[in-house]
Write a protein that binds this ligand. Structure first.
Ligand SMILES: Nc1ncnc2c1ncn2[C@@H]1O[C@H](COP(=O)(O)OP(=O)(O)O)[C@@H](O)[C@H]1O
Ligand code: SF4
Ligand SMILES: [Mg+2]
Length: 335
């Protein structure tokens, strides 16, 4: 499969009155054509900051990419000018957010705003624009699109509005679609329909999707591969099967034990005690140590390196690292 995006050792910090927040601390992953790559983790672990970095939408004054790169079509997105990034945004990489209302202009008809999004990046005749808008509305499952393109966003239900937002994001045929908690604001039935729509769009367009969510149920329904994030770092990456059936990181296991699962009907749900560490001064060792049932001495001292379990599955945990025994004794293993 072709690699479309490569995030390498990304570090992002925010300068605030309280100090420097180290929001993303060495995140690396590749995105392949046509896959859905989910990034999952508790609130505050750096999922949105990672996606904002890819989109070039970090707050300009407070945020800084302090290290790493994001490679896309032989360019490093972290080092592009605002102008170059604007032409990539929407056309090559587009994004949908949790709240569909913020993405839509209430004063324009749906047809006009979809048409405008198209014209911003492509030169087309009025007739071609109308045809493209109609076919996009059909693709995302808006019934009776000829009539509905004359209507305004408030005339649509929440689920239908989210479909329009998805149509806006897809209309310029981007290579990558980033969806940040795209179904969190929707009720469960509509959520299932929108997730089904994602799968259908992917079959038809071969777009690569980065799906950001705190919800493992969403991951189970649509992800091909999954990155589990914790405290600004990636704890484990694997295929959906690796993560749901072969999870190795105690944090991943904790997440899995804290949500209901269809395949383990009736199993007791166990929440993970405690809270993630303060990102103003994250611990030097494993950030999960304070909550980890398997914690060892070395975990507090040194951040665990990456252990490769298979072509698809990597884990950052001392339990997986054969050097742990030596490191416990000497307390000075390096990753
Ligand atoms: N604009 C900002 N200013 C300061 N800190 C921020 C800002 N945006 C995010 N952060 C901090 O960065 C960390 C990661 O946030 P975020 O990526 O939004 O988490 P997630 O999306 O996983 O819930 C959090 O500690 C958050 O408080
Ligand atoms: S490195 Fe240590 S503290 Fe961290 S998850 Fe693994 S066992 Fe737990
Ligand atoms: Mg977020």
């Amino acid at each position: 499969m072709e690699k479309v995006l490569s995030v390498k050792n990304l570090h992002v910090s925010f300068t605030t009155y309280g100090g420097t927040v180290q929001a993303v601390r060495g995140v690396s992953f590749d995105l392949y054509q046509g896959e859905t790559f989910a990034i999952v983790g508790e609130s505050g672990c750096g999922k949105s900051v990672t996606s904002q970095s890819i989109m070039g939408l970090l707050p300009p004054y407070s945020a800084k990419v302090t290290d790493g790169s994001i490679l896309f079509k032989n360019k490093d997105l972290c080092r592009l000018s605002d102008k170059a990034m604007r032409s990539i945004r929407g056309a090559d990489i587009s994004m949908i957010f949790q709240d569909p209302m913020t993405a839509l202009n209430p004063t324009l008809t749906v047809g006009d705003q979809l048409g405008e999004a198209l014209l911003r990046h492509k030169k087309m005749s009025k007739k071609a624009v109308r045809e493209e808008v109609l076919s996009m509305l059909s693709l995302v499952g808006i019934p009776d699109p000829k009539e509905r393109l004359k209507q305004y966003p408030h005339q649509f239900s929440g689920g239908m509005r989210q479909r329009i937002v998805i149509a806006m994001a897809l209309i310029c045929e981007p290579d990558i679609l980033i969806a940040d908690e795209p179904t969190t604001a929707l009720d469960v039935t509509i959520q299932a329909q929108i997730l089904e729509l994602f799968k259908e769009i992917q079959r038809k367009t071969n777009v690569s999707v980065i799906l950001i969510t705190h919800d493992l149920g969403v991951v189970a329904q649509v992800a091909d591969r999954v990155a589990v994030m914790y405290a600004g770092k990636i704890a484990e990456i694997g295929t959906r099967k690796d993560i749901f059936y072969q999870a190795q990181h105690p944090y991943t296991k904790g997440l899995l034990n804290s949500v209901p699962r269809l395949d383990l009907d009736g199993a007791e749900l166990i929440p993970i005690d405690g809270t993630p560490p303060d990102l103003f001064s994250p611990p030097p060792g494993c950030p999960f140590a304070a909550r980890c049932p398997n914690r060892m001495i070395v975990c507090d001292r040194v951040y665990p390196g990456q252990t490769i379990r298979s072509d698809t599955h990597t884990v950052n945990c001392w339990l997986q690292d054969q050097r742990a025994e030596h490191a416990v004794l000497s307390g000075d293993a390096k990753d």
